[in-house]
Design a protein around this ligand. Sequence first.
Ligand SMILES: Cc1cc2nc3c(=O)[nH]c(=O)nc-3n(C[C@H](O)[C@H](O)[C@H](O)COP(=O)(O)OP(=O)(O)OC[C@H]3O[C@@H](n4cnc5c(N)ncnc54)[C@H](O)[C@@H]3O)c2cc1C
Length: 385
Amino acid sequence: MNYELDHEDIRDSLRRLCADFEGPYWRKCDREQAYPGEFVQALTDAGYLAALIPEEYGGSGLPISAAAAILETIHHAGSNAAACHAQMYTMGTVLRHGSEQQKQQYLPAIADGSLRLQAFGVTEPGSGTDTTALRTTARRDGDDYIVNGQKIWTSRAEHSDLMLLLCRTTARDQVEKKTDGLSVLLVDMRDCDEKSLTIRPIRTMMNHATTEVFFDNMRVPAENLIGEEGKGFRYILSGMNAERILISAECIGDAKWFTDTSSRYASERKVFGRAIGQNQGVQFPIAKAYAQMRAAELVLREAVRLYEAGGNPGEEANMAKMLAADASWAAAEACVQTHGGFGFAEEYDIERKFREARLYQVAPISTNLILSYIAEHVLGMPRSY
Ligand SMILES: Cc1cc2nc3c(=O)[nH]c(=O)nc-3n(C[C@H](O)[C@H](O)[C@H](O)COP(=O)(O)OP(=O)(O)OC[C@H]3O[C@@H](n4cnc5c(N)ncnc54)[C@H](O)[C@@H]3O)c2cc1C
């Protein structure tokens, strides 16, 4: 199956790169909950993680459709970009809101792979989806901020040099709007001692290198503040459409992998003397998931088109994320069912991909929150929370 229309050269070279990282590699990482460092290095060396960094800062300056093609192809090949995808969109906050000095200092090093910006600390145990209720504080002390608090689900913190951190610089009861008083700090974790910054891995149902992070009087130079103090929430929000678009592309890639795998197996596996794929009960869930994926792909393409035209496609990016995550989940479910008992066997990679695909119903934004965004911001209904 090959219905991709754009960036065929990028997709081709990615397929070749991913061919060096087949099922056994991912199964070993998954079993050991090990970071796929070799894969991330190969992507870095080939320049893919710098796709969105402008050429003047050492990147390729490609449009978001190219980044989407990269992530989709990785997932379609059965690989997993979760180990590094955030580097693509997290640096957007520095690019859009950082000072020229910060961009010069960090972006070329991120582009050439000598510096990793993989960690993004927003979620906290006490606030969850209600981001503005976060309690991590940064208090100004001379030329530094002193950070105290805790983050959870900070993925890749152990494998990153830098962390983009959202924290409160003015107490919630001292600001007019709860979205004010939050600031973004670019934390160079190499400068932090173990006492002020503690990172603890969280074992999860899939291999995701996620952690909880504790800050105990951690000093961050004030020059690492991104943009203006107190305006951090809108800086983070401004990167959300890119994040939604890129995660959708990964889900589309997963859905394609599941569907290819299902249709191939259904055509080959013989039970009662004929291919199981001859039975409509086996065909239909696969065909339905495929149709869902194609529909989601169209919405994603529309989100990309509007984004590249300079728009702010909150509606399309959110819908694409939800529809693509639903399509990949439907395709995952059909794939396990099509394979019968073999769907549960580690060596088929299906159960691994199944666990990986489940995440996108919840993170980086849950389906409910996308539905309430559509209800409120697109359909004009009252805010529910
Ligand atoms: C593996 C993994 C990696 C992650 N990586 C990162 C990361 O790198 N950086 C980071 O900052 N965060 C990360 N997250 C956090 C992720 O973004 C959150 O888990 C997600 O946004 C949901 O927040 P929560 O877990 O606190 O759920 P909660 O906010 O506690 O919500 C629980 C459930 O209630 C529902 N719910 C809550 N409020 C409402 C409402 N008003 N209406 C309807 N339903 C509602 C939610 O949809 C959800 O299903 C990661 C999470 C996971 C699991």
